[in-house]
Design a protein around this ligand. Structure first.
Ligand code: PMT
Length: 218
């Protein structure tokens, strides 16, 4: 608890999956456990930041040092909450695994087998892209890229197209890191730099990410 790098800074971290309901019993989601985002929220708070953690459903106990925790389920709810808090924050870290798809019409009744094959899906809003357009000078927008192929190329494309200041790439085709696992291995990209963080516990990765953000942007 010695480094107070982020004293007087406000940091918004999103974590976990989103859940898109289909009917009262079914949903679309993904394998995010929330670990990576919770470790980042903890580390920023340890270093003195005032942290808001917006979280999809997870089995984790939120870090006790983080005082403001907002729960969401769908990407649309996440978008609303993020937009409410966005302007207030100096650093925004989108660790949440946002579902790119949602169901067009939620059914109040449990769908029958014959109707469920005709489900209509549509795109969810791209939250970080909207933040990239809205961000003001001095605000730092950090995204993640969960990729399975053309890793670097896809990450850099997202960095540029969504006007992020930094993107953290993880290879989610690997079984030993990424979704759900205790460990991760990532590469950080900015417009100028590239830094690989070797496989380590997500708490250490979060620590290294905070070091990088502080030395790069402050
Ligand atoms: O939760 P864990 O089990 O610890 O796993 C961690 C993790 C693998 C989920 C995490 O490290 C990670 O990679 N999170 C981002 C997952 C993701 O949605 O990646 P993406 O490449 O699909 O999206 C790129 C960026 O855009 C992300 O910052 C995402 O939050 C954001 N996004 C995506 C879609 C969307 N509709 N709106 C968004 O804002």
């Amino acid at each position: 608890l010695s480094k107070k790098d982020f004293m007087n800074k406000k940091v918004l971290v999103t974590a976990g999956p989103t859940v898109e309901n289909i009917d009262p019993v079914r949903f679309l989601s993904n394998r995010s456990s929330g670990r990576m985002g919770y470790e980042l929220a903890r580390e920023f708070a340890n270093r003195g930041a005032e942290v808001t953690l917006i979280s999809g459903p997870t089995n984790l106990r939120p870090p006790s040092i983080v005082k403001k925790i907002i729960r969401i389920e769908s990407a649309e709810e996440l978008r609303e909450k993020v937009l409410e808090d966005f302007e207030d924050n100096d650093i925004i870290v989108m660790t949440a695994a946002v579902s790119d798809l949602r169901i067009k019409n939620y059914s109040e009744q449990k769908l029958k087998k014959d109707t469920i094959v005709n489900l209509e899906i549509e795109k969810n809003p791209d939250i970080i892209k909207e933040l990239g357009r809205k961000k003001r000078v001095g605000q730092i927008l950090v995204g993640f890229a969960a990729e399975t192929e053309n890793l670097k190329e896809n990450a850099i494309k997202k960095l540029k197209e969504k006007k992020m200041d930094m993107i953290i790439l993880n290879d989610v085709s690997r079984k030993d890191i990424g979704f759900e696992k205790e460990e991760n291995e990532v590469t950080i990209f900015t417009s100028k730099e590239e830094l690989r963080l070797e496989k380590n516990h997500k708490r250490i990765i979060a620590n290294n990410i905070c070091d990088f953000i502080f030395s790069t942007f402050f």
